[in-house]
Write a protein that binds this ligand. Sequence first.
Ligand code: CP3
Length: 348
Amino acid sequence: MASSPAHDRKLLRVLDGEAFDIPPIWIMRQAGRYLPEYRELRAKAASFMDFCYTPSMAAEATLQPIRRYGFDGAILFSDILVIPDALGQKVSFHEGEGPRLDPLTSIEDAKKRLSGDLDLERLQPVFETIERVRGGLPAETTFLGFCGAPWTVAGYMIAGKSTPELAPSRLLAYRDPAFLQFVIDQLVAASIKYLVKQFRSGVDAVQIFESFAGALTAEGIGRWSIEPIRRIIEGVRREVPGARIIVFGRGSGSGHIRYAAETGANAVGLDWSVDGDWAAKNVQTIKPVQGNLDPLAVVAGGEALDQGVDKVLKSFGGRPHIFNLGHGIVPETPPAHVERLVNRIRRV
Ligand code: CP3
């Protein structure tokens, strides 16, 4: 394993609380359809899940944006839905439709169909991908693993597909909280096991994606998001002391403060709706922050992009900050605009 001490890796140093004049950069969904080399590679896989489970391909996809842009962080190419898949709820992706799962219908159904113990054997290709990437990364690049947060992943397991505001799970939280709690508890245990194995395979830090934090009420966010994430972080650190973890609670508004104060995360990702000056005062004073340029400013490019970048830098400058977008980069983004973004941040 080609490893270099953490003190060489800028992004890790920010997670430990250091501030830099020029922040480290990575971009959510940086390996993806906006890159022609990704589309070319993707065309060779029979399905998206096959792509995720083929270490040579997944490793290549992980490295593509690093080669092109020299980002400070590489993120493992995989998907949050490999967890339900490895728990026994088969996942498939259909072109233009997103993910499909056979939805869980009751607590009895969930008890019958979910294995109760994560099948690490099924996820072996992911760990092999991590080993390959680690060997191919520049020494100064931080390698990030990830998982979905239980509320977000449960949303797909219960609805069986993408739903804009997770209505099926939200209803379940009122009608049958024991069922939802059962699924969440399964995911807490599975996520701990999965992230521990990612660390042991070679990642430096991980991000927990709570993509649907914004669907929760102020009461619900504590039980269904903050508490499960806090348990995951505690469980991972029991096995990997000092494990560095970023939590991204998309759409959570003032809830970003709670992710910073209550989960034990090293840093908090901010979505694009968050005002930078507010977050600098209310979140960045608790933990390092990551974010939060609007992905559409990168599609627009030009002045809009430059002004967006400058605003983010101005808000978070002087305190620990990782530059990122406020959510994943979109397929329509011209790759040259990403280059412009990187150059502006690095002042070249
Ligand atoms: O960030 C990266 O570059 C690493 C890889 C990564 C992917 N998905 C690859 C992917 C990561 C970290 C994810 C996380 C993920 N997956 C999330 C959380 C982050 C977020 O975006 O909110 C969620 C909710 C998913 C579930 C998922 N995966 C959906 C809903 C879809 C279909 C929608 C779409 O964009 O097409 C995916 C597919 C997916 N995962 C793609 C990629 C590059 C596109 C599919 C393809 O290339 O064919």
